[in-house]
Design a protein. Structure first.
Length: 533
């Protein structure tokens, strides 16, 4: 059993005991083993998941714990921050700030690694790669963090959900590396403690398990510790956005810090990717809302970012912060051409018009450049096709719903979120994923929008082909709209399968299919009214 395996077993054991005690509301004898654990959990009386004190336990201590070969094991410390009903708890950023302070009290190590709970180290030389930059006198003075690309194991052959998000995690990050550095993506990142300004506690001296160190750590994990301080505003990981990683990296760049993108041949860290479409879209919707929170704050990249970082970095961060606005052109792209085609309303130049070739060039050049960049990065054509299909899918679902939710919240109307859980057995879901079959087997509002766009384009495509075969001059007049409807319909083929052809647990629910077809019918009728006025 390796060091990481030992760490995980001990961590999971402690976590299970804490959760068992929280479910019951008291500390039972089956939770506590030995005087040390009893002393630790004694304070946890009559507590709940949202009302409990700090618990910090040293599970492994390098000064006295070693493996079977006699090699010293790294320190392993379990931390559960204090929670009180009356306190406001910032989610991931708040937890990271607690861990930053606790580690300062117990070790004060100069480098901090942030890693999602579902990720593991795949390259044992990853810390050495990061240290090469932190110890380089040329770049270390203003180096905030070294970001590794987020990579996933178990992705199917064609990456049907575009889980790699190659443009965000690799392609764009390489471009930003030539400026002030890549943005922070929330995991696989080594931070310099100096950049987080973690100086609220004195430098650690002596054993991490000493009473003084533990006492300081408990105080640092308390709800009241940040009151009257700058934690979350100009110290540590930044609050104010659901995407604390984007906000933190952006603010550090605005404060003059730089970052480095490190992409070794062997991926440094690997994690799990979502296995169904609803999870993918829900995650993207959360990102969209969080990015808007930065865009519509006093830290807007087009004003604050351009002034504090640079013109180019401000534009890059603005591109990300306004990511949700893609819902406008993509929704128009998915609905207006097919509706105009259905009612024979010219929307683009005729094929015989020289201006037609300008539109044809723009379409071909944009998609061609995207394809070349993906192939250059080692992707396949099939993976590129999946990525551009998901780009359109996110536009009419995640970006659209995220924009609506943020807009309603911004004007004071509480927009209910929706977190739909799949009832399908995990092994069935995994089996479909391995075969490259999309999983749409939940009652999700996302799928209503997706099914509506698919149905509108299929209807207009069928009508358009019939008219092209029977009406002279129709193809010359409507070729661009017919092509776009066909292109969208080709991307929607898995949706048509899920709506009409499949019978497995991952098919689109019949009620969602009916609602989608009804909405599509209403749009077609409204199109008739609009284009015939």
């Amino acid at each position: 059993m390796g060091v990481s395996d030992i760490d995980m077993v001990m961590y999971e054991s402690t976590k299970e005991k804490v959760e068992r005690a929280m479910e019951r509301g008291y500390v039972g004898n089956d939770v506590v083993f030995g005087a040390e654990e009893r002393e630790l959990f004694e304070k946890w009386k009559e507590f709940t998941r949202h009302d409990h004190p700090s618990v910090i336990q040293v599970l492994l201590q390098s000064s006295k714990d070693s493996d079977i070969m006699g090699t010293a094991l790294p320190n392993l410390i379990y931390v559960s921050r204090e929670k009180r009903p009356s306190s406001h708890h910032h989610f991931k950023a708040g937890a990271l700030n607690v861990l930053t302070r606790v580690s300062s009290a117990m070790s004060n190590a100069p480098v901090i690694l942030t890693l999602d709970c579902d990720m593991y180290c795949n390259n044992p030389r990853a810390p050495l790669h990061a240290l090469c930059y932190f110890l380089d006198p040329v770049v270390s003075a203003d180096l905030a963090y070294v970001q590794f690309p987020q990579c996933f194991h178990g992705i199917n052959e064609n990456d049907i959900y575009a889980s790699e998000i190659k443009r965000l995690f690799k392609i764009n990050s390489r471009g930003m590396d030539g400026l002030r550095g890549p943005n922070y993506v929330g995991t696989g990142c080594f931070f310099s403690r100096r950049s987080l300004h973690s100086t609220g506690l004195p430098a650690h001296r002596g054993s991490s398990a000493s009473e003084s160190a533990l006492q300081k750590a408990v105080e640092a994990a308390a709800c009241s510790f940040e009151l009257g301080t700058k934690w979350g505003s100009s110290i540590g990981f930044r609050y104010g956005s659901l995407v604390e990683d984007f906000h933190t990296g952006y603010r550090l760049h605005c404060e003059g810090w730089k970052s480095v993108f490190c992409d070794p041949a062997r991926p440094a860290f690997l994690g799990d990717g979502p296995k169904n479409l609803n999870d993918v879209l829900s995650q993207c919707k959360r990102w969209c809302v969080g990015l808007y929170e930065v865009a519509f704050s006093r830290f807007n990249p087009l004003t604050f970012g351009i002034t504090k970082a640079s013109f180019s970095m401000g534009l890059i961060y603005a591109h990300y912060a306004c990511w949700g606005t893609w819902c406008v052109p993509i929704t128009v792209y998915g609905l207006l051409p097919p509706l105009a085609l259905m009612y024979r309303t010219p929307f683009f130049p005729k094929v015989s018009d020289p201006w037609f070739f300008v539109y044809a060039y723009l379409f071909t050049a944009a998609y061609g450049q995207d394809l070349v960049e993906f192939l250059t990065d080692g992707a396949t054509i099939r993976r590129w096709w999946s990525d551009q299909r998901m780009w359109m899918t996110r536009g009419v679902t995640s970006c659209l719903f995220g924009t609506i939710q943020f807009g309603l919240n911004h004007i004071g109307i509480s927009a209910p979120g929706f977190n739909v859980t799949s009832k399908v057995a995990e092994e069935e879901q995994n089996e479909r994923y391995e075969r490259g079959v999309l999983d749409l087997g939940v009652q999700s509002p996302f799928f209503v929008a997706l099914g509506t766009v698919a149905a509108v384009n299929l209807s207009s495509l069928v009508v358009g082909i019939a008219r092209a075969a029977t009406t002279e001059g129709f193809l010359d007049e409507q070729f661009a709209q017919l092509f776009l409807s066909g292109f969208v319909a080709a991307n929607c083929w898995p949706i048509y399968e899920a709506m009409f052809l499949r019978s497995d647990g991952g098919r689109m629910p019949r009620s969602i299919t009916v609602i989608s077809l009804t909405v599509a019918g209403l749009l077609l009728y409204m199109g008739y009214l609009v284009f015939h006025v």
